[in-house]
Design a protein around this ligand. Structure first.
Ligand code: NAP
Length: 251
């Protein structure tokens, strides 16, 4: 289950392993996704039951949930379907970000609180939360929002806004220029972690811009959690080792 840089990397690493068949699954949210190598399927499964049927129908033996840390529904479905079929589910969840000296972060539990908190902090707000959570900002009529996303949001939007369509990674210099050009007073983002989108935090730190950071959803119990592609690779080989090593090749 992909949709992240780590999932693509892992699919690439695993495709080099003899005896493994790897299928990457993408939700189909992004109009023009960066496709992992190997077999790719696109689109939802139809809930946890649909996923269970798909896993059984394709005789899947191991599930790796390498979706984004905020893709909580998919993770919950993977946990349920895996448990129903007695399949191990590895959750590859990159670590969240940690504040450094000079950071002014306000951690909030959810997007609704982020909307309220950011509106109290400033008038010119940069949203880098993807397009899905933007709807909760729609009722805020006073601030002006710069909404950055890969594809245009489809939900209701706050009346005063500009959309910026862009796909990372971004450099610190580019992020600093963006904050400056739009006179941004508050940055709202999710605690996604990883390097690909961390430049905005460095830019906010040096510009003295406060960051409203939405906490990650919890990981359901029963999943095997790993934090890196290398650790996922290692765990996967533990599960598939007997078949993967197999009998010595003749000739
Ligand atoms: P979500 O809210 O957890 O999942 C909603 C539904 O989307 C799921 O129930 C499932 O539909 C479908 N879905 C999600 N991931 C899928 C996958 N890898 N393969 C097939 N179906 C999938 O998910 P989301 O937050 O919308 O994320 C969607 C995709 O974007 C994921 O691949 C995720 O890794 C990626 N992504 C998300 C974020 C983020 O901030 N949330 C950021 C970057 C990338 P059914 O119930 O029909 O199976």
């Amino acid at each position: 289950m992909g949709g992240t840089g780590e999932a693509r990397e892992l699919a690439h690493v695993l495709s080099g392993e003899r005896g493994l068949e790897v299928v990457s699954s993408l939700a189909g949210r992004v109009a023009d996704p960066v496709r992992p190598g190997g077999t790719v399927r696109i689109g939802g499964f139809g809930g946890a039951d649909g996923l269970r049927e798909w896993l059984a129908g394709n005789r899947i033996e191991l599930v790796i949930d390498a979706t984004h840390p905020f893709a909580a529904t998919m993770t919950a479905h993977a946990a349920r379907a895996g448990a129903a079929l007695g399949l191990p589910v590895i959750r590859l969840n990159r670590p969240g970000w940690t504040a450094e000296p000079g950071d002014n972060w306000i951690r909030v539990p959810d997007m609704a609180t982020a909307a309220q908190t950011s509106a109290e902090l400033g008038e010119r707000i940069l949203l880098t939360i993807g397009r899905q959570g933007v709807g909760v900002f729609a009722g805020y009529t006073r601030p002006w929002y710069l909404i950055r996303a890969i594809d245009p949001p489809e939900s209701a939007l706050p009346p005063r806004h500009e959309i910026l369509l862009a796909r990372g990674p971004f450099t610190v210099a580019a992020e600093t220029a963006l904050l400056d050009r739009h006179r941004i007073e508050v940055l709202v983002t999710k605690d996604s972690g990883g390097d690909a989108t961390a430049a905005k935090l460095a830019a906010a730190r040096s510009a003295g811009v406060p960051v409203v950071l939405v906490d990650r959803p919890p990981v359901p119990p029963g999943l095997i959690e790993v934090a890196t592609v290398a650790a996922a690779h290692e765990r996967i080989l533990e599960y598939v080792a007997p078949r993967h090593i197999g009998p010595p090749e003749s000739g």
